[in-house]
Design a protein around this ligand. Structure first.
Ligand code: GLU
Length: 292
């Protein structure tokens, strides 16, 4: 497909595990099945969560699996000027505003309105600073969502029509934290547009960020990519596989075994032989070819 550009965008919080390899393989196969290009972006903005050296480990693991990018990888930490300019444009357009609310202030304001946050649930922002900054501490910057449609709809190539009510499920969300770090939501939207990403393929755990990202793309006047969210690998506790619930780094000395496990999650048949042959067979059998 002319103009197809895909990407894999790991956070270097640890080595690739069985779950993250599914997203990596899925995005690579989708790009190859559409005759497109595949880029790599290291999402290293949340510095307290980044593990030194994990970026190089991830690049080496991908290379061992034959998943090589078509351009030199990018690091988000080297692109902060872009995010700053995007935020400035939103502030100038009065679409973003400073917020001095602490987490506990948000919880208290929500509790006063009878809203209790579910465990691990979203801390919906009640809009306290929307009409003027409260408090004198360092401020975060939030994007206005009050003009978002009641149900923001978007299409997922695997999951079908998805929708989210940003007002009740998210609220005005943070673009830059009070500690100065730009957030994932802002950086991913700016980078996907800047790198010309036409197709986002990533794990299903990220699906519920998409409505926010669609809203932010509209606010910045950026095009929306197509989305495909891949199935998750579950850990021992039934939750998404992560380092916290025992995910092991994939074994780069057995790349075909790791790839076969990831391919099975994507509904693809086991392959023997060389890695190149396996990747070619899965590209030919890719179920989401043309579903764009
Ligand atoms: N950096 C994110 C993660 O590793 C993925 C972002 C994306 O694909 O949009 O979970």
């Amino acid at each position: 497909m002319v103009g197809y550009v895909g990407r894999f965008a790991p956070s270097p919080t640890g080595a690739l595990h069985a779950g993250s390899l599914v997203a990596a393989l899925g995005s690579w196969l989708d790009a190859r099945a559409h005759g497109g290009r595949w880029l790599l972006r290291i999402e290293d903005l949340d510095t307290p969560r980044c593990v030194p050296g994990a970026d190089q480990t991830i690049l080496a693991q991908l290379a061992a699996c034959g998943l090589l990018p078509d351009e030199a990888p990018q690091w988000q930490s080297q692109r902060t000027a872009l995010y700053g300019r995007a935020l400035e444009s939103l502030v100038e357009a009065e679409l973003a505003y400073p917020c001095g609310c602490s987490r506990s202030a948000i919880d208290t304001a929500n509790a006063a309105r009878g809203i209790r946050r579910p465990r691990n649930g979203e801390r919906v922002y009640p809009g306290t600073c929307r009409s003027g900054l409260q408090g004198s501490g360092p401020s975060a910057w939030r994007l206005r969502t009050q003009d978002a449609p009641t149900l923001l709809r978007w299409q997922d190539r695997r999951l079908g029509t998805q929708s989210q009510d940003l007002h009740t499920q998210v609220g005005d969300f943070v673009l830059r934290r009070a500690d100065g770090l730009f957030t994932y939501q802002l950086a991913v939207v700016v980078d996907d547009a800047d790198q010309g990403i036409s197709h986002v393929v990533r794990g299903e755990d990220l699906a519920d960020n998409t409505a926010r990202q669609r809203w932010l793309q509209d606010a910045l006047g950026l095009p929306a990519p197509q989305y495909l969210h891949t199935p998750l690998v579950r850990g021992r506790n039934g939750e998404k596989l992560s380092k916290q619930n025992g995910a092991q780094a994939i074994d780069s000395s057995q790349p075909l075994a790791a790839l076969n496990a990831a391919a099975a999650v994507l509904g693809l048949a086991e392959q023997g032989g060389s890695i190149a042959d396996a990747l070619a067979a899965w590209t030919a059998a890719w179920p989401w070819r043309g579903a764009t």
